[in-house]
Unconditional design. Structure first.
Length: 615
């Protein structure tokens, strides 16, 4: 919870007052206090509790760190955050950014070295932590959120229209960019070294896939179980926190919940969210897992009234517009756990991205078969014939052939977003011409290509995994869970993203991650006998929210959305006629489909209002 912030290379007589505002902003959501320190042209602050934040200074160098870091260097293993900070400080003096190789766990950190005249910012391997920065007036300002940066007079706060377009495409703004011009995020497994008035972005870690060689299933299974136990044991900690677990009834949350009871030697405290809406309630599976593992289980049913109450608060809690509607049940689940006395929750996020659990893995595997055909046959024969077939043919086989070829002929990054809502509706239909003239409509695909190209992977499954680890996990799901837990005033840890689990994923053969169309084949087979069979057979769902249905049926929620879109309508970004038709025609006719766009636009406007920015 909370985080770090500060600046370097910026002298100001108002530094104490600015630092006070930084500290207040860092603890704004969860109320945790901040430690701070300043010098002639630098300042650092770290907000959190005794288990998650430290500020340590020694011989003209200072470390601010936040998260759940672990030090494994020089034959030592340190888990107390202040001890980790001291070890990091000594190692940085000797090795510079190379010392990051000895850090594990989740963290955001800053090392200010006035002797070397430099500042180092770094983030954990998967970007469970968050850290943004902006160069200004020859110096640099940094913080856990864009809202922290805004407290410094050298920081600018101009909305980047490209960020608005990217938000509409991805339902969040993917890093390294942010919604604000000139403000960037430190990348996963990356660092920023600021010296001589310039910032250099580097990488100390990336996923290295092992895609060839023999394997022994029994050994891999044993390694997986050991790694998962290590992750849960590290997450539960030995620091006396009251620990519980999210339990949706899916494979990952059930695994974490079961192992939590095993490693602590007492029934795990588990928490689930339900909905009184057909097709969305998964509490049945959560109960199956709870009974199987003997957990102390509690459920909370989210109502439309809960949504209306929480939406403005959630829009304000995010430093950038965030359109993932499952933030609502995540928040209510975390708040429910906090009300029961839990101070730390273990979350199951990461398993799908590490072990091929998303449906698109099977879909892309099928589409990739097209690439095995000779290029001349595809380009000169099949595509000219298939794409001339009528797209609106009444004959299903014709429609399927045309659709398959149209998708399979595209590069992987474009296929990945083949069903993108903005692309399906058409950017020209949604946005005004003036707005579109200011943005690069190709940048979202370029954002997908960055992790794809950097992965070094050959197999389709691992290449998709590289995209998912960045876009789906680091930029979306982790931001969702971490910020909502902070708002609920509860700490969160992600055992599935423990280094041992991540490293194991890199060496599981792709053909075991997805076997035929069987998602997560290796993971499920390895957990067979530990997890209930009903959990292993169920389809992925999670804490989904019945957005469209409630927007249609619940008058207060519909009014909240209508008011927000009426204001957005006047901003000359979204076409007024699109908003009119969206609310009057599209949403009532197809709530599940168009409800997502209503939600996206509503959250954008509520974020704008809460943060007092303009487009």
């Amino acid at each position: 919870m909370a985080g770090i912030g500060g600046w370097y290379g910026l002298a100001s007589p108002d530094a104490p007052a600015i630092l006070t505002r930084f500290a207040r902003r860092l603890g704004a959501l969860d109320g945790n206090p901040a430690q701070s320190m300043s010098g002639r042209d630098f300042a650092l602050a770290a907000a959190g509790n005794q288990h998650t934040a430290a500020l340590v200074s020694k011989r003209d160098a200072t470390v601010a760190i936040h998260g759940h870091p672990r030090w494994e260097g020089a034959g030592k293993v340190l888990t107390q955050v202040d001890e980790v900070a001291l070890a990091l400080l000594g190692a940085y003096r000797e090795r510079g950014p190379e010392c990051l190789d000895d850090l594990r766990g989740d963290f955001a950190l800053a090392v200010c070295d006035t002797v070397r005249g430099e500042l180092l910012l770094a983030l954990d391997r998967i970007a469970i932590g968050d850290l943004v920065y902006q160069q200004a007036d020859g110096g640099i300002v940094f913080g856990a959120t864009c809202d922290v940066l805004a407290e410094h007079p050298s920081s600018s706060r101009r909305v980047d229209l490209q960020g608005v377009y990217d938000y509409a495409f991805f339902h969040m703004v993917p890093g390294p960019a942010t919604i604000f011009s000139g403000v960037e995020r430190v990348p996963p497994g990356g660092y920023v070294l600021f010296a001589d008035g310039r910032a250099k972005v580097g990488s100390y870690w990336r996923m290295r896939f092992i895609e060839s060689g023999d394997y022994d299933f029994a050994s891999l299974k044993e390694d997986l179980l050991r790694s998962l136990r290590n992750g849960v044991r590290a997450g539960a900690g030995a620091d006396g926190v009251a620990c519980g677990a999210f339990l949706s009834g899916g494979t990952d949350s059930s695994t974490v919940s079961g192992l939590l009871g095993e490693v602590t030697g007492r029934p795990a405290r588990t928490f689930s969210i339900g909905f009184a809406a057909t097709g969305y309630d998964e509490t049945e599976y959560a109960r199956i897992a709870a009974r199987h593992f003997g957990t102390e289980h509690r459920e909370y049913y989210v109502s439309p009234e809960d949504v209306v109450e929480a939406v403005p608060r959630i829009a304000a809690a995010y430093d950038q517009p965030f359109g993932n509607a499952s933030a609502i049940p995540t928040y209510h689940c975390a708040r429910f756990a906090a009300s029961a006395g839990v101070t730390r929750l273990l979350a199951g996020d990461g398993g799908d991205e590490l072990f091929a659990g998303n449906a698109r893995y099977a879909t892309q595997q099928l589409l990739a078969l097209y690439e095995t055909l000779p290029d001349p046959l595809r380009r000169l024969v099949i595509e000219p014939l298939a794409l001339r077939l009528p797209a609106d043919s009444l004959l299903a086989p014709i429609r399927k052939v045309r659709s398959y070829v149209a998708q399979a002929a595209k590069p992987l990054a474009e296929r990945y977003e083949a069903y993108n809502l903005l692309e399906r509706l058409g950017p020209e239909t949604v946005f005004t011409g003036a707005f579109l003239s200011e943005v690069d409509r190709g940048r979202p695909i370029a954002r997908l290509e960055e992790p794809l190209n950097a992965s070094g992977a050959i197999s389709l499954i691992n290449r998709l995994q590289a995209i998912d680890l960045k876009i789906t996990l680091a930029d979306n799901d982790l931001r969702k869970v971490a910020r909502m837990c902070e708002l609920a005033k509860v700490d969160v840890v992600f055992p599935m993203l423990h280094e041992d689990v991540v490293d194991l994923s890199a060496r599981v053969p792709p053909r075991l991650k997805l076997k035929g169309r069987r998602l997560r084949y290796f993971f499920k087979e390895a957990l067979r006998g530990f997890l209930p069979d009903e959990i292993l057979r169920k389809q992925k769902h999670g804490f989904g929210l019945p957005v469209g249905a409630w927007l249609v049926s619940h008058a207060p929620l519909r009014a909240l959305a209508g008011d927000a879109l009426a204001t957005l309508r006047r901003r000359r970004v979204v076409r007024p006629e699109f908003i009119d038709r969206l609310l009057s025609e599209h949403l009532p006719a197809h709530p599940a489909y168009y409800g997502t766009m209503v939600w996206l636009l509503m959250m954008l406007e509520l974020w704008i209002e809460a943060h007092d920015v303009s487009l």
